[in-house]
Design a protein around this ligand. Structure first.
Ligand SMILES: Nc1nc2c(ncn2[C@@H]2O[C@H](COP(=O)(O)OP(=O)(O)O)[C@@H](O)[C@H]2O)c(=O)[nH]1
Ligand SMILES: [Mg+2]
Length: 332
């Protein structure tokens, strides 16, 4: 497709959401008229919200393409800098606008702001994904002007609170057939991925940007992590492992029969599904749920939320380093 083929892709912005050092996967976030861009990049026409596919990306790479909402999508190619450069160039050539997180001076966007702290807070409110960020952000300018903590901001607390602005990546992993897709469908609220009795069904994942009791996350289902001779399934497992490596939170899921999965990193939460079929009293599990009946789902949502953004961070009265420009010299 060339720019002459259609209305162009200028209704879409592109942000390289992962840091520039190489990782197993990179995340390119698209914002705006994403359906058109997803269609052009993948050659696949139908992209309902919640759909994630392992697919060709502009003949540059194969990777995961995800439509998280009507207006937000992510492309996840392999993380080598050359692949990212080529994919970005392909998109920019077709009219997609490349933006950086701090391309525009906040004082220019919010001339009504009393000072730089207020301008940065308003800019953060404008892009914060989680509703509970708003009150906290609007309280920051006065904290930054006065609080003693502003001279020595707590970067670890900021790392967690910043998840209210940029949604954290939450990945559910476990053996085949334990109910990962059923749980993902329940939470994402749509029946997108195939939940079935046969192991190895999930090649298309369920993903979605979902609000977990006030904290918005990017949720990713994964296929069962088993060795497979099927090259597509093996590739899906490889992408799932890369997502696990990048994730802000990994949820290990098992059921009343299967063991806990062996993951490349310790799980942040261990959840036993199918409690309606009997509870084995899994050693070390944090929660028991039934994705099918809904038992324990409300508790699970709160457990995920409170681990990602602990209530003590939200209730902390100190200054929140929500944008590093708060401590950078203006104009540099
Ligand atoms: N009884 C019961 N069955 C469930 C539950 N969750 C999932 N299942 C069933 O388990 C099978 C595998 O589910 P699926 O979500 O495809 O598992 P996945 O391979 O881990 O994604 C399907 O037949 C589901 O209907 C549950 O909580 N209770
Ligand atoms: Mg599945």
């Amino acid at each position: 497709m060339t720019p002459a083929d259609g209305p162009g892709m200028s209704g879409c912005r592109l942000l390289v959401a992962t840091a520039s050092q190489p990782g197993a996967i990179a995340i390119l976030q698209l914002d705006g008229d994403v359906a058109l861009v997803l269609g052009a990049v993948t050659g696949i026409a139908r992209w309902p919200a919640g759909r994630a596919r392992l697919t060709n990306l502009a003949d540059v790479d194969r990777g995961l393409a995800v439509r998280l909402t009507d207006t937000v999508a992510q492309l996840m190619p392999h993380g080598g800098p050359r692949v990212v450069q080529r994919l970005v160039a392909w998109l920019v050539d077709r009219g997609v606008e490349l933006v950086g997180p701090d391309d525009v001076a906040p004082e220019r966007v919010f001339p009504e702001a009393a000072d730089r702290f207020e301008a940065l807070a308003l800019a953060a409110v404008a892009r914060a994904a989680s509703p509970i960020a708003v009150d906290l952000l609007l309280d920051q300018p006065s904290r930054w002007r006065t609080a003693a903590t502003a001279r020595n901001p707590d970067v670890e607390r900021a790392r967690r609170l910043n998840r209210l602005i940029d949604p954290p990546l939450v990945v559910v992993a476990g053996p085949a057939n334990v109910g990962k897709s059923t749980l993902s469908n329940t939470l994402v609220g749509r029946s997108m991925s195939i939940a079935a009795d046969r192991p190895g069904t999930t090649r298309d994942y369920t993903s979605g940007r979902i609000d977990l009791a006030g904290v918005v996350v990017d949720w990713h289902d994964t296929p069962g992590l088993r060795d497979s001779s099927d090259p597509i399934e093996a590739e899906a497992v490889e992408i799932a492992l890369a997502l696990i490596a990048r994730a802000d939170m990994v949820i290990a899921l098992t059921d009343h029969q299967e063991p806990w999965p062996e993951l490349p990193r310790p799980a942040d939460l261990r959840v036993a599904n199918k409690c309606d079929l009997g509870d084995r009293g899994h050693d070390g599990g944090d929660l028991s749920i039934s994705a099918a009946t809904g038992a324990g789902i409300a508790e699970l949502v709160l457990a995920i939320r409170d681990r990602l953004v602990p209530p003590e961070d939200i209730n902390h009265g100190g200054a929140w380093l929500f944008d590093r420009r708060l401590v950078d010299q203006p104009g540099e």
